[in-house]
Ligand binder design. Structure first.
Ligand code: ADP
Ligand code: MG
Ligand code: MG
Length: 205
């Protein structure tokens, strides 16, 4: 897994989020303030700009640059949260990047979001897609899966995790203000996390 794969990951994530920005904003309109699609679309176009203006020389530089752009440019809760996933991954990722190393770094990224957002699985947030994805990656490593297979399993786990937020009542973020009325809607951040994992599977070597 080289620098080009990490750049391709963010380019594909930017493409998927741009394609789905109206769906993400619609989800946020139901239980938030109707800006998740535009927030993330803007943030990821800033990520692409940063990666073009300062061409990264390592996977760690891709993650740090992308994380920083998301923190600076997304004017919502999701910016600092996603930013912390990628910056934390960048802090601990060892090179050369192996599947086991990627999985370990991703797990630390998810822990960083849980800490920053004070969110746990079941709170109806992006954690409900990211944590199952992290678990799927770890299981794939344990079972000796190839990179593509592991990323596909992580993407599937994230998509299922996002769907599983529908019957949940939100306990964190804006959606929590709605109490029981947050039940019956997919969490927008969990939906976008599933797109990040789908993008990863799409660029797997
Ligand atoms: P904002 O809510 O500030 O408008 P966004 O709409 O961009 O920000 O992002 C909302 C998403 O952020 C939610 O759907 C949820 O997944 C995630 N989120 C919000 N607060 C938290 C939190 N405390 N912990 C984890 N994720 C959170
Ligand atoms: Mg919002
Ligand atoms: Mg907002």
């Amino acid at each position: 897994m080289d620098t080009d794969m990490f750049v391709a990951w963010f380019e594909e994530a930017a493409r998927l989020v741009h394609r789905d920005r109206e769906r993400l904003t619609r989800l946020d309109a139901a239980i938030g303030d109707a800006d998740h699609g535009t927030n993330l679309d803007r943030g990821l176009s800033e990520v692409r700009k940063a990666l073009t203006e300062w061409p990264p020389e390592s996977p760690v530089q891709v993650l740090t640059s992308a994380g920083t752009a998301l923190i600076r440019r997304v004017g919502g809760a999701s910016g600092p949260l996603y930013g912390s996933v990628f910056r934390q991954m960048g802090k601990v990722l060892e090179s050369p990047v192996t599947l086991a190393g990627f999985s370990a770094a991703f797990e630390e990224g998810v822990v960083a979001v849980e800490r920053l957002g004070k969110a746990a699985p079941g709170d109806k947030t992006m954690v409900d897609a990211l944590a199952p994805a992290s678990r799927a990656l770890a299981l794939a490593v344990r079972d000796g899966a190839g990179v593509r297979e592991a990323f596909e399993q992580a993407a599937r786990a994230a998509a299922e995790g996002a769907e599983a937020t529908i019957p949940m009542q939100a306990r964190k973020g804006r959606a929590s203000y709605l109490g029981e009325r947050s039940i019956g809607h997919e969490d927008p951040g969990a939906a976008s996390s599933a797109l990040f994992m789908a993008a990863l599977a799409a660029v797997a070597p």
